[in-house]
Design a protein around this ligand. Structure first.
Ligand code: COA
Length: 409
């Protein structure tokens, strides 16, 4: 069976997380992704190492199913080889600091001259304007995209979320842009530029907070636990902030992740009232409508917690789901990596690696029935130099040895 992107070739100049998370998805969709690295390698090969002299999990978990070649883009011969390669690929992806690829001598105009069908995808921190030339990392994007100011508790500082919405969130937005550009190329015959700013991607994921910013003009946000509002959306702890109230309530035995997030839909109130031992509240007009409960959500979740604290989160999960009440136990990373259902879904997968042995990674979250993803290990640095420079560009062994000796590859 073929893969969705079989035959599509990606020249992958990405590094760190945002770009590699994008090209890894393309590889899982079947594209041939060839990662070009400086001769020193993607910096993450050496960052956060858990084992000496072995590619870090940071690298191996973001670069599966790719090939790796080394190329010194600051050498004349490196630029020549790159020019040849660009002609052979459909997509060029990069997430260097602003202007880096132009400084290498490859503006968008130049790249189009070399290959008019090329789709050129770039991730940067920001769009056009005062921040264009600024570098960005994950939490910088969270800070400037609306996430940090709305995450945390009212009386605490802004908080970063553990989800890498700035990096992998931007990566997945870039996948969407690249796929659309590929589809348009089918009709137009032309490549195009795809740009995604991390600030924009985070803001897209924080869309509902801008909804609430505008609602504020018409009064306080009743479904938020906050008692006072000024002119900006406040941090609201674990409140869902959506149409249905939710909160994380404690469970037994009271460990740091012994919590379950419970959502109280209108239809859920009666079974919840019965489960928590307060059946009389099911019909009580002070409690039996969403409007009646709105001003006392804190009291409502306190009553639920007085019940849940005597049960494990797994028991609460079963009891609530028996009545179709949406809820989610807070799963620790240890619980997730050991979860058999996630393994069965191939979203937590074990991958053999020649230097580090087997490692666990997060598999393909997008399931295509005609194009199942098979997760294969990340490449070693320059592992495919011979495949690409020798077999594809036709360089001989002597030239390859010379390029290596001169630090070009
Ligand atoms: N050969 C030779 N030089 C190479 C090379 C190669 N194969 N690949 C990269 N380089 C050089 C570049 O030419 C550039 O040099 P220059 O600044 O002299 O032109 C340099 O390496 C890379 O610079 P940069 O990307 O700015 O690296 P950095 O480590 O200083 O910054 C980031 C890292 C992530 C802050 C920056 O890349 C960035 O802002 N990227 C865009 C946003 C982003 O994706 N951030 C999230 C990362 S998870």
């Amino acid at each position: 069976m073929g893969k969705a992107l079989e035959g599509v070739r990606v020249l992958d100049m990405t590094h760190v997380q945002s770009g590699p998370s994008c090209t890894q998805i393309l590889a899982w969709m079947g594209a041939d992704v060839v990662k070009i690295e400086a001769t020193t390698g993607d910096i993450t090969r050496k960052q956060l190492r858990d084992l000496p002299d072995v590619d870090s999990l940071y690298f191996t978990m973001l670069n599966c199913n790719k090939r790796s070649i080394t190329l010194n883009m600051k050498s004349d011969r490196g630029k020549e080889l790159f020019t040849e390669l660009v002609g052979n690929f459909d997509i060029l992806a990069e997430n260097f600091g602003p202007g880096a690829v132009d400084r290498m001598g490859f503006s968008w105009e130049r790249l189009q001259e070399i290959n008019p069908r090329l789709i050129y995808a770039s991730i940067k921190g920001f769009g056009d304007g005062p921040y264009t030339h600024f570098k960005a990392y994950e939490v910088v994007a969270q800070a400037m995209g609306g996430s940090m100011s709305t995450t945390g508790f009212e009386d605490g500082p802004p908080l970063a979320t553990g989800s890498q919405i700035g990096d992998s969130g931007t990566g997945i937005h870039t996948v969407a842009g690249i796929l659309a550009a590929l589809f348009q190329r089918e009709r137009s015959g032309r490549g195009q530029r795809v740009t995604v700013a991390m600030q924009h991607a985070v803001l897209n994921l924080c869309r509902v907070k801008l909804r609430d910013q505008q609602r504020l003009a018409h009064g306080p946000l009743g479904e938020y636990p906050n008692k006072e509002f000024d002119d900006t959306v406040p941090r609201s702890g674990n409140a869902s902030g959506g149409g249905q109230p939710g909160w994380a309530v404690r469970c037994a035995p009271g460990g740091p992740n012994d919590y379950i997030y419970v959502i109280v839909q209108p239809v859920g109130w009666e079974p919840i009232a019965k489960l928590i031992g307060r059946p009389e509240l099911a019909d009580d007009p002070d409690w039996n409508t969403p409007d009646a409960r709105l001003s006392k959500l804190d009291k409502m979740f306190q009553m639920i917690e007085e019940w849940s604290i005597d049960h494990s989160k797994w028991e609460v999960l079963a009891k609530l789901n028996a009545h179709n009440i949406p809820c989610g136990p807070i799963l620790s990373t240890k619980e997730i990596i050991e979860d058999t259902s996630l393994a069965d879904n191939e979203i937590v997968v074990k991958v053999p690696h020649p230097e580090r042995g087997e490692f666990a990674t997060v598999g393909m979250p997008i399931k295509l029935s005609d194009s199942p993803a098979e997760v294969a290990r990340s490449p070693l640095l320059g592992e495919h130099n011979i495949d690409i420079y020798g077999k594809e560009l036709g360089l001989g062994d002597d030239e390859l040895a010379e390029l290596k000796a001169n630090g070009v590859i």
